[in-house]
Ligand binder design. Sequence first.
Ligand code: DQA
Length: 156
Amino acid sequence: MLSILVVNGPNLNLLGSRQPEVYGHVTLADIEADLTELAAARGASLAFFQSNGEGALIDAIHAARGVHDAIIINAGAYTHSSIALMDALASVDLPVIEVHLSNIHAREEFRHRSYIARVAVGQIAGFGPLGYRLALEAAVDLLQRQAATGTKGPAS
Ligand code: DQA
């Protein structure tokens, strides 16, 4: 069974009450419950991790090596600042799918740069909680293609 780690970074524990005009009213627990259901339908199992700390996020990414098959990550504001998180993702040799609830490219200039994007297969931004479902579909599709072709490259 495919195993995928879903990582959420700083302030995403406050989803539902945090700036609802930007991030909506859905909580992280709601998103995780919804994803668990979708994963079951796709024959995948999920693990979830959220932290507000850069070091804890890095440790969780390191621990995914040899345990999970892919990482879905919303790194929150660390997306735009953390070379350490980017390096951690690059170090574990797992496909990474980047998610953002908001369309970071339509917001302030400082949100346009993503260090995560440099090590991700792709990025999904602007679809709210649906983005996590799209990321899961992308991860499952990618892993199934890799298994079928024996390759590790991106879906073609
Ligand atoms: C976010 C976008 C980031 O710029 C912001 O710092 C967040 C949330 C998003 O999901 O839209 O914390 O990653």
